[in-house]
Design a protein around this ligand. Structure first.
Ligand code: GTP
Length: 597
């Protein structure tokens, strides 16, 4: 295809502003999918995505559009995930296209993710067409929002396209704007092959499928290609475009976006952002900016039923074939048995994976407290990453500890600002900036990631009745006074409940935790101390009193020897319990105890 007949674009928007609905309309209106095959949210393929209404994996569709100028254009839409956890995927897919439609809900206006995503599009050098959606709503205020886009983002919105993705109003204008206002791709057909690996996933029938954007040169079926990061060489078995179902194609030229399969065993063998070239006469220089996605939040996953361990292992292996950003390692816990310590890109990623394990593989799981990666600066000068509070070494070896900080942007109606500031302050936040766009405040906070992974989103939503929007980027590692807090039940440390906390917050956290556990653990035949401790020092304590079953009540007087026997039996029972430190902690205690506030 001629370069000037191609337009590659993505749609950037805050969650719920109508990105998927608009994509569906574009597909429908160009007859890319026959009406009878059209299901709502065509691009969100996984069930969970559809249910949760979030787009996780980048998807793509090739649309043929006969424009008003009489020419037929090929429009490649790359669907980008909207959520911050997938920011790396967003930035990769942005580099594969030249322009973006910026969708803003005309009744809501600019939100935190609108900003985060549009900045990424601008970083990638995109031409941007603002689109105001939901103008069918009585609350829509297109003039005000247009002004807001100019004020907050600094983008000329005077010729924003007004649409209702729901009713289809304005869709033809969007298609024309894509062709007339977004630039065609550049590329040299005669240069050595240079393709960007945009995405990859595991398909039950085809194995690993790789999505590429061709920058220079031509990719053909049968070609032998090399991944420049891993140096692995593969022969291309199948070359296709997504419409959105796969259609085989003989070749992909510069500016084009398509997929190939090449008997690649695991998604892990493909690195998003890698450069693909021909085995022979390949290009010498890779595309800039390759950076693997780093997990930032870790937690332990254990089967509720220990017999399910093998099933869990299988399920985790299958899932990680399909998601290279999710890391796993075997873990054993004295309290929970065998399980896995898993790393995620963020909390949402964690939730999605946990949901899939429970739902698609039908395994009941215990999730331990999410933890961030702390950097331990040891006295011997080395630096260690701490993924699991249970692995914290003796403090005498540690010089100081650093934790990841984030730059959080929160947008919220004026009325709730006070509550938001209080929440951030409570979470050890440092206010960086506060500004207004109309009656909405935008605050920027420097916060410890560790304080955000617990229940920050939930708290933020609840104190603002759902009106706040939130986005963050990891900023830096910084030293703070952090300690490991252990929880001891019946004098035994329960590793799955230990956590890293700020020294000043340790007492309050510890107290809350032991109080909760006291309610969660059922009474036993003996007294159970429940303690929170830093090193050997107990900072909070509760005692669960013994359940006193009067075992002699049934012996109607008399028989003293029988009475004695029974008492001895009870004592032995008690002893055995103590001996094994065997307190039964119900499964839900692990989850509930960690939820603060
Ligand atoms: P994510 O996929 O979660 O990022 O959301 P999204 O931005 O793709 O939003 P989606 O298309 O799922 O739309 C969110 C909600 O807004 C849905 O309930 C849509 O039906 C509704 N919606 C989308 N466009 C319009 C519109 O033009 N008018 C009205 N009234 N509702 C719309």
């Amino acid at each position: 295809t001629q370069l000037d007949l191609i337009r590659n674009f993505s749609i950037v928007a805050h969650i719920d502003h109508g990105k998927s609905t608009l994509a569906d309309r574009l597909i429908q209106m160009t007859g890319t999918v026959a009406a009878r095959d059209m299901k709502a949210q065509m691009l969100d393929s996984m069930d969970i995505e559809r249910e949760r209404g979030i787009t996780i994996k980048a998807n793509t569709v090739r649309i043929e559009y006969p424009a008003k100028d009489g020419k037929t254009y090929i429009l490649n839409l790359i669907d980008t995930p909207g959520h911050v956890d997938f920011a790396y995927e967003v930035s990769r897919s942005m580099r594969a296209v030249e322009g973006s439609l910026l969708v803003v809900d005309a009744s809501q206006g600019v939100e935190a993710q609108t900003l985060a995503n549009v900045y990424q599009a601008l970083d990638a050098g995109h031409e941007i067409v603002p689109v105001l959606n939901k103008i069918d709503l009585p609350a829509a205020e297109p003039d005000r929002i247009r002004q807001q886009i100019e004020d907050v983002i600094g983008l000329d919105a005077s010729d924003a396209v007004l649409i209702s993705a729901k009713s289809g109003l304005g869709i033809p204008e969007v298609l024309e704007a894509i062709v007339t206002r977004l630039p065609p791709p550049k590329g040299d057909r005669d240069a050595p092959l240079k393709a960007m690996l945009v995405d990859s996933w595991y398909d039950a029938y085809l194995g690993v499928v790789v999505m590429v954007r061709i920058m220079d040169g031509v990719m053909k079926k049968g070609d032998r290609v090399r991944m420049m990061q891993t140096n692995a060489v593969y022969g291309i078995d199948k070359l296709a475009v997504l419409k959105p179902e796969m259609r085989d194609i003989a070749e992909l030229g510069p500016g084009e976006i398509g997929i190939f399969t090449a008997s690649i065993k695991q998604v892990r063998d493909t690195r998003v952002g890698d450069t693909i070239t021909h085995e022979r006469k390949g290009c010498t220089e890779a595309l800039p900016g390759f950076k693997p996605a780093q997990p930032v939040v870790f937690c332990g996953l254990f089967p509720v039923d220990a017999n399910e361990f093998e099933n869990l292992r299988d399920a985790i292996e299958k899932l990680s074939l399909n998601d290279a950003s999710f890391s796993t390692e075997m873990e054993t816990s004295a309290a929970l048995g065998f399980g896995f310590r898993c790393g995620f890109l963020g909390l949402l990623h964690l939730e999605v994976i946990r949901d899939r394990l429970e739902r698609e593989y039908d395994i009941d799981l215990i999730t331990t407290a999410p933890s961030v990666v702390f950097k331990l600066h040891m006295k011997d000068g080395t630096v260690q990453d701490l993924h699991n509070p249970a692995d914290m070494p003796d403090l005498t070896y540690v010089d100081h500890i650093e934790e990841p900080r984030i730059k959080a942007t929160i947008m919220v109606p004026d009325d709730y600002l006070g509550d938001v500031l209080k929440l951030c302050q409570d979470r050890r936040g440092i206010q960086m900036d506060l500004s207004y766009a109309g009656s909405r405040a935008m605050v920027v906070y420097d916060l410890p990631l560790a304080e955000v992974v617990f229940d920050f989103y939930d708290r933020l939503k609840s104190v603002t009745q759902g009106y706040a929007s939130f986005d963050y980027t990891i900023s830096e590692y910084r030293e703070d006074f952090l300690v490991k807090m252990s929880i001891l039940v019946n004098e035994e440390p329960v590793d799955a409940l230990s956590m890293m906390v700020h020294r000043d917050r340790a007492e309050a956290r510890g107290r809350a935790m032991v109080e909760k556990l006291k309610d969660l653990i059922p009474r036993h035949m003996f007294k159970i101390p429940i303690q929170a401790a830093i090193g050997a020092r107990v900072i909070a304590r509760e005692t669960l009193s013994a359940m006193r079953k009067d075992v002699t009540a049934k012996c109607y007087g008399g028989d003293a020897s029988r009475k004695k026997k029974l008492l001895e039996k009870q004592k032995a029972g008690k002893k055995r319990m103590r001996q094994f430190g065997k307190v039964e902690i119900p499964q839900e205690a692990f989850i509930s105890a960690l939820k603060m506030d």
